[in-house]
Design a protein around this ligand. Sequence first.
Ligand SMILES: Cc1ncc(COP(=O)(O)O)c(C=O)c1O
Length: 386
Amino acid sequence: MATIFPTYKQYPMEIVSGHDWHLTDDDGKTYLDFTSGIGVCSFGYSNSWIEQRVSNQLGKIWHTSNLYPSSLQTEVARMLCPEGMLAFFCNSGTEANEAAFKLARKYTGKSKVLAFNNGFHGRTFGSMSLTGNQAIQTGYTPLVPGIEFADYNDPQAVKKITNDFAAVILEVIQGEGGVYAGNADWLQAISKRCHEMNVLLIVDEVQTGIGRTGTKFAYQQFDMDPDIITSAKALGNGLPIGAMLGKETLASAFGPGTHGTTFGGNKVALSAAKAVLEQLTPEFLTQVQQKSQALFAAMNEKLVPLSVVDSISGKGLMIGVHLNNQVKVAEVIAELQQQGILTLPANHNTLRLLPPLVMSEADLLEGVDQITEVLETIGAAVNSEV
Ligand SMILES: Cc1ncc(COP(=O)(O)O)c(C=O)c1O
């Protein structure tokens, strides 16, 4: 008898344990993990510093409520926020975007928001309505009104931003959409235009943030000045936590009683976030950048020439391998699982790689070799059928 709503199409094995960047299933088979649980476990599955911080907190107190001040929230907010921003803690990426959407409307008194086709911001009504993917919205109408869409990287989108918009929301790299990066000039033009038009810029860093692209937030690699940043996924390395960060000037719209959530800022989740941010040092980020360079060099040499690969994209350790229509990404993922390597899909037949940021360079390169082998074999089989 079924017990769980079938909202997820699941793989055949259950993952029962993990160490560093290796996972083991219920049959005892081990895998090299290029997923991080969809960009979550960036410090791997046995990070002793996170374990220590979380067990210390478990021994003290798990939860109070937001009716009492929390020095842990203050500490994590200091480590997380860019200069001049405040944090609101919640439990997921979609909630962080809900908070951003609500704050933007309340602060500006305007209702319109510009979002982008092929973007993804979550599954609750506000975030889903901001998500530029009809498949995700089907069956849920009426959606939240006042949202318009433009094409990502389209110069026309910049002109569309007029002062009757409350906000523009975007990802610096569209993750679920297929790992498509914003062009530097375009991102900069959007940011500039938002400020000229008094429109708030919300940068969704749920997938790109916390070091995934080689800097704490991906927008920091571009000339952008967001008013609001959303974060989640890797922030707690697997404990559920999200955060909306916004400029101090916005605080007047988010006074007592305007927004809230019971579990937001939970002490156990916050203790994990503190341990994550303590380890997200400039030296660590430099290592991520170096590993990324080695990985992209190997992928350019080995994956790009393959007959089934159109191109590769991404930044840091957020990678999209764009497969052509000779193969289906689901089949590639299944074959890679057989070979002991876990990967992810993204839209447009993209094989997405989000390895733990702590993975050794040797294992990252080993992964490229294994993916190359599998794609070569699949490509050869496809070509022999033709
Ligand atoms: C860019 C982006 N925003 C928001 C979300 C939603 O986050 P969550 O699943 O934690 O609600 C995701 C999840 O994949 C995401 O990639």
